[in-house]
Design a protein around this ligand. Structure first.
Ligand code: AMP
Length: 219
């Protein structure tokens, strides 16, 4: 399936994207991971994006849209895919729509991850990421097998600079102002499905599986 995972930061989209990818073999594209990799490499895109990412603001639409559409175009024909963190604004969603229409592979479902802000702040405080493969963990809720070591690739885990509480609050505001309008955008297209992501990861995974089954039956 071709899916978008929507929702505020810290609601477990990355974790579920990874699980869906592992289970079905659909490649996942995480815009945040793509940008962090570019920033680490100090590429032209990385230099354009760095100040926005560290402040918890969105990078300009034209910067991220070009990168993500190029990445989607590289996914082989006939394969499903999962977009995590993109699109984040209505112009990005429109550009994605147009790009996918040209490739005759429209989005089939948009999962909207929901949980209260208190829990989001708590979960993000414990989040650790692998900058090499992009896998995410939580010291309390989803710890790695060995402390601070990525289960998947062995890299040392780190805390993201934008996971500091003051930046998180800015990111939540940014989400409400610029990304929340996508809920209506995709509701109008009949694609939006709500996911209560306040439960533990395996329960959320089961809910996502039920939703995908119903999307498959519908479409
Ligand atoms: P994330 O890992 O999805 O929380 O993204 C981390 C940061 O990367 C965000 O706070 C933004 O600064 C930037 N970013 C990620 N995806 C996008 C996007 N689709 N549009 C603009 N900025 C983005």
């Amino acid at each position: 399936m071709r899916l978008i995972l929507l929702g505020p930061p810290g609601t477990g989209k990355g974790t579920q994207a990874q699980r869906l990818s592992d289970r079905h073999g659909w490649p996942m594209l995480s815009s945040g991971h793509v940008l962090r990799t570019e920033i680490q490499a100090n590429s032209e895109i990385g230099r354009k994006a760095a100040q926005y990412v560290s402040a918890g603001a969105l990078v300009p639409d034209e910067v991220i849209t070009g990168v993500m559409l190029a990445a989607v175009a590289k996914i082989k024909a006939g394969s499903g895919f999962i977009l995590d963190g993109f699109p984040r604004t209505v112009p990005q969603a429109e550009a994605l729509d147009e790009g996918l229409r040209a490739q005759t592979r429209p989005i089939q479902g948009v999962l909207d991850f929901q949980m209260g802000d208190d829990l989001i702040v708590k979960r993000i405080a414990g989040r650790r990421v692998c900058n090499r493969c992009g896998n995410t963990y939580n010291v309390e809720f989803l710890p790695p097998k060995a402390k601070d070591v990525c289960d998947r690739c062995g890299e040392t885990l780190v805390q993201r600079v934008d996971d500091r509480e003051d930046v998180v609050l800015t990111r939540l505001k940014t989400y409400r102002a610029q990304t929340a309008p996508l809920v209506e955008f995709y509701t109008r297209k009949g694609l939006l499905r709500r996911v209560d992501s306040s439960a533990a990861a395996p329960a959320v995974e089961a809910e996502v599986a039920r939703i995908l089954a119903s999307l498959g039956e519908a479409g």
